[in-house]
Each structure stands twice: as C-alpha cells, then as structure tokens.
Design a protein around this ligand. Structure first.
Ligand code: BGC
Length: 322
C-alpha cells in the first residue's frame, strides 16, 4: 500500500493541510482561516487540520508517515523551528516539538515557496528538467530555486527570497524593513494597494461599481475582473502596471539563473492567460538576456496551481523518511 504524508501550507490568510501519496497526488485537503491566539492554539489547529485531512482521505492518523510544513519565511530545519515570518506574527516558534504533542509523527519544515518548487520539480511543470524556479504570488512573493535536482538553500536556508529584492529604491515600505521590495509591487496585497490608489485617482472608474463604492471590498481579483468584463481603462492600467513589475523580477531571476523553466504560482496566477501569462511572456521575451530562442527559459503557470505548496510540504516527509 502506498505511504501517506501530510503537507501543511501556512499561508497569509489561511491554513491548509492535505494528504499526499508517494506519487505526489493530493488525496484530500482541509482548510481554515488563519487566526492567532496563542502559539499552542495555533499548533493545535495545525494538528486538527491534519487529522481532518487524514479522515477525508480515509486513513487513520496512525497511518500518517510524516508531516511537512511550508512556512512563509525563515525556518530552522534541523530543530523544526519557525525563526521569522514578515507577513504573519510568527517568530522563534518550535512548531515541530509542539506539534508532536498532538500527533506523534516526524515533522519537517521548509520555506513555502521552496516547497512549491520541490513539488513542481518532481510532479509538475518542471518534471524531467534540469533547473526550475517557482515564483509564488500570494500575500507575499516567494521564490524557490531547484538547480540540477537540488533545492538552493544558501548558508541559512533563505536563498531565493526574491520577494525582498528591491525594485524601487525608496519605494513602498515592506514588512521586512526595507523599502521598494518586489513583494510590494507583485503580490496579491500589492495588487490590492495599486487598485485602491488607482480608484482614489479615478472616481469614474467601473472599479467603484464593482466594489459597491467601498474601498474595503477591493480584492486581488478586482482589477483583472473589471478590466476583462468592462474594458475599464483604470482597471486595465492597474493590470499593466502589475504585470510590468511582475516581469521586472521574473527577468532578473531568469538573467541570474537561466533555468529551464520558470513557473508562476499562488493565487494571482489563476488569472486568465491573456491577461497575465501572455503579457508576462512577451515582456520576458523582449527583455531577458540570452537571445537563442531554443535555449531560453520557458515561462509557464505552475501545473499544480495553488496546491503546489501543500504537495511540496508533504514531499518533504517523503524525501526524509524514504
Ligand atoms: C517571505 C517568503 C515567502 C513569501 C511567500 C515572503 O514575504 O519572506 O519567505 O516565501 O513571502 O509566502
């Protein structure tokens, strides 16, 4: 019988857990909004979600071989500790040890975008290729880099923190403490901010109707939806600006690593190809270094979509306990 692993994705707005088998297939998933009370309650929620996912997959908790967690920040893989996350209030949390009080299985930690990269490399858009970069567009912007089958971790595991490359000196303040980070222009949160600013400048935009006159109702999808459905110029300008900044970082990553494949994942990557992927590919083609079309990175969508992080987290358990 195929072994089963639980993957947990700690996101900026929700917590997800899923059971994955040895082939990387997601068998079940459970989700709950992210809430903070105490570290213990947070970890208890993670354990509860894991049990829920196991139940939904028709297995008992004792059949879970290992649990892997994708964390939106810096982790100490050796001690199972979350060291620092800039978009949610987690720091110095020995999550592995706490988790085992509820569910006594081996627990492995990794950065969330690194998890997504592992998943795409082994079971998604990067299957069979030499090198792959995944860029995740959610609450923050993350990147995971796999070169020749090996995850690039750097001296402290934080290699690939591409969301915190500065793309605008003295730009928008970032939660990491710097200004002008890529994440402040290419994340879902950034998209909301750019949309809000555009609406404040343009009181006649159809975006106002879409949001029922309330700025709080803007979502990361508003601009793309209104651009598509109403052809609204303000919404279109927001989308153009967003894709422009997205491309800027993507081209920088391609020029640095020249991977076989660069894929974009996370919530924003669900937008229609005509609005997001195709204009991104056009800019990349114009601006990247390396002009031999037969030997340039393919820019695609993450094949595992928003489940990449979850699947990759579960694969950590498979890699470690095999
Ligand atoms: C964090 C990364 C994370 C990314 C996506 C960034 O703000 O620094 O570690 O991968 O958000 O969650």
């Amino acid at each position: 019988m195929s072994k089963k692993y639980v993957g947990i994705d700690i996101g900026g707005t929700s917590l997800k857990a899923g059971v994955v088998d040895e082939t990387g297939t997601l068998l079940s998933a459970a989700k709950t909004p992210l809430q903070f009370t105490t570290p213990e309650a947070f970890v208890e929620t993670l354990a509860g979600l894991s049990r829920q996912a196991a139940e939904a997959a028709g297995i008992g908790a004792e059949e879970i071989c290992a649990v892997g967690m994708g964390v939106p920040g810096e982790v100490d893989t050796e001690h199972g500790t979350i060291l620092y996350t800039c978009n949610i209030p987690l720091a110095d949390l020995p999550v592995g040890a706490l988790f085992r009080r509820y569910l006594d299985v081996p627990v492995y930690l990794e950065n969330d975008a690194n998890c997504a990269a592992l998943a795409e490399y082994w079971a998604g858009a990067g299957k069979g290729c030499h090198s792959l970069i995944v860029v995740t567009l959610g609450t923050g912007v993350g990147a995971g880099i796999v070169l020749g089958g090996k995850l690039l971790r750097g001296i402290n595991g934080t290699a690939g923190e591409a969301g915190h490359m500065v793309v605008e000196p003295d730009g928008v303040p970032c939660t990491c403490g710097r200004r002008g980070c890529w994440e402040q222009y290419a994340s879902a949160n950034a998209l909301k901010r750019i949309t809000r600013e555009a609406m404040e400048r343009c009181p006649d935009s159809a975006l106002w109707v879409h949001c029922a006159g309330k700025l709080e109702q803007i979502s990361g999808r508003s601009a793309f939806q209104v651009a598509r459905e109403c052809g609204d110029e303000t919404a279109q300008a927001v989308c153009r600006s967003y894709v422009r900044y997205l491309a800027l970082g993507v081209v920088n990553l391609i020029n640095l690593f020249q991977p076989d494949v660069l894929c974009i994942g996370g919530g924003v990557s669900n937008e229609a190809d005509e609005a997001l992927l195709h204009p991104l590919q056009r800019i990349v083609q114009q601006e990247r270094f390396g002009h031999d079309p037969r030997r340039t990175a393919k820019v695609v969508k993450a094949e595992l979509g928003n489940d990449a992080g979850l699947i990759g987290a579960a694969l950590l358990g498979r890699m470690e306990t095999k």
